[in-house]
Design a protein around this ligand. Structure first.
Ligand code: SAM
Length: 283
C-alpha cells in the first residue's frame, strides 16, 4: 500500500486505537478479538510505538490508562451493540467509525444495515486495507464520507438510512475532537433522525477546560493526540444528551474491567475518569 494513504491528524487517531485493539487481541487473556486491527497496522507500515523503557513512570502510567480506556470502551460498545441487535435493532450508525470492525467481527446477520461515518481520508485507507485482506462484513455495510461538523444527514440518507427505523448510534472516541457547539449540533441531528426506541452509545473522556491548549508536559506520550482535543464546554455531556430527550445511563471503565477480571486497573480513577454512556430515545 502507498504510505501516503495512511490518514494523519484527526484521521490518524484511528490508527492509535487499532494499535491498542491489536495488542489486546494478541493477549491470551484478551477481552475481545479484533484480528483486523493488526491488518490495519500492517497496511500502515507497522509504525513503531514509543519504547516504554525510555519513558518517565508518569508517561508509562498514562499509556497504560489509555490502553485500558480503549479496551474498556471496546468491550462496553461490543456489548451494547450485540444487545441492540439481539433486541431487534437492524440499523446501526457508527459516527467517527475510524478503523472500527464491528460489522466484521460481531456476527451480525445480513438483515442489519451498518453505516460507518468518517472522513474520506480514513475510508481511503480503511477500504484499501480491507480489500487487500479480502475480508467481507457479515452485515450490509455502507461507508459515508463526510465531515461531521457539517450537515451530514443528507449524505447518510443518500446512503439509505431509514429515519423511521430504530437506530443504534455509536460515537466512540469522537466527541473529544469536536467543539462543544459542534457536539450539540451533532446530538440534535442524531436526535431528529432517531425513531422511538433508538439507542445512543457514547464514550467521553473527561477533559479539564484548562487542559486544552496548554503546553504538553515534556513526558506526555499523547502530545500529538491531545493537541487535537477541543474544550468540553460548560455543560456536562451527560446533561446535554439528557436535554435532547434521551434516558441516560453512565458506567465507568474501571468497574467494567475489574468485573471482566482484568488486573492492574484497580488504581485507575472511576468517578473522575472517562465515562461510558448509553441512552435510549423516549417518546
Ligand atoms: C480516536 S478515533 C476513533 C475511531 C473509532 N470510533 C474507534 O474507536 O476505533 C476518532 C475518529 O473520529 C473521526 N473524526 C474526528 N473528527 C471528525 C469529523 N469532523 N468528521 C468525521 N470524522 C471525524 C476521525 O477521523 C477518527 O477516525
Amino acid at each position: 500500500m502507498d504510505a501516503t494513504s495512511v490518514p494523519e491528524g484527526v484521521g490518524g487517531t484511528a490508527l492509535a486505537v487499532a494499535r491498542a485493539r491489536a495488542a489486546e487481541t494478541a493477549r491470551p487473556d484478551r477481552l475481545f478479538a479484533d484480528p483486523l486491527a493488526a491488518v490495519f497496522l500492517e497496511a500502515a507500515g507497522n509504525p513503531e510505538p514509543r519504547a516504554r523503557a525510555a519513558m518517565e513512570p508518569e508517561a508509562v502510567r498514562a499509556v497504560v490508562e489509555m490502553y485500558h480506556w480503549i479496551v474498556a470502551r471496546t468491550v462496553f460498545l461490543d456489548s451494547v451493540a450485540t444487545t441492540a441487535v439481539q433486541d431487534g435493532i437492524e440499523q446501526v450508525v457508527v459516527l467517527g467509525a475510524g478503523l472500527d470492525t464491528r460489522g466484521f467481527r460481531l456476527g451480525w446477520p445480513s438483515t442489519v444495515v451498518l453505516f460507518e461515518v468518517d472522513r474520506s481520508d480514513v475510508f481511503a485507507f480503511k477500504e484499501s486495507a480491507l480489500r487487500a485482506a479480502g475480508t467481507e462484513p457479515t452485515c450490509r455495510r455502507r461507508t459515508v464520507a463526510v465531515d461531521l461538523r457539517e450537515d451530514w444527514i443528507p449524505a447518510l440518507a443518500a446512503a439509505g438510512f431509514a429515519p423511521d427505523s430504530p437506530t443504534l448510534w455509536i460515537a466512540e472516541g469522537l466527541l473529544t475532537y469536536l467543539e462543544a457547539d459542534e457536539v450539540d449540533r451533532l446530538l440534535s441531528a442524531v436526535t431528529a433522525a432517531s425513531a422511538p426506541g433508538s439507542r445512543l452509545a457514547v464514550t467521553a473522556l473527561r477533559i479539564a477546560q484548562d487542559e486544552v491548549g496548554a503546553p504538553a508536559a515534556a513526558t506526555d506520550p499523547f502530545e500529538d493526540i491531545r493537541g487535537l482535543w477541543k474544550p468540553p464546554g460548560p455543560i456536562d455531556i451527560v446533561d446535554r444528551i439528557a436535554a435532547q430527550g434521551w434516558t441516560v445511563e453512565v458506567s465507568y471503565p474501571r468497574d467494567l474491567l475489574v468485573e471482566a477480571g482484568r488486573v492492574g486497573v484497580q488504581e485507575e480513577p472511576t468517578a473522575a475518569g472517562p465515562r461510558l454512556i448509553q441512552a435510549v430515545r423516549v417518546g
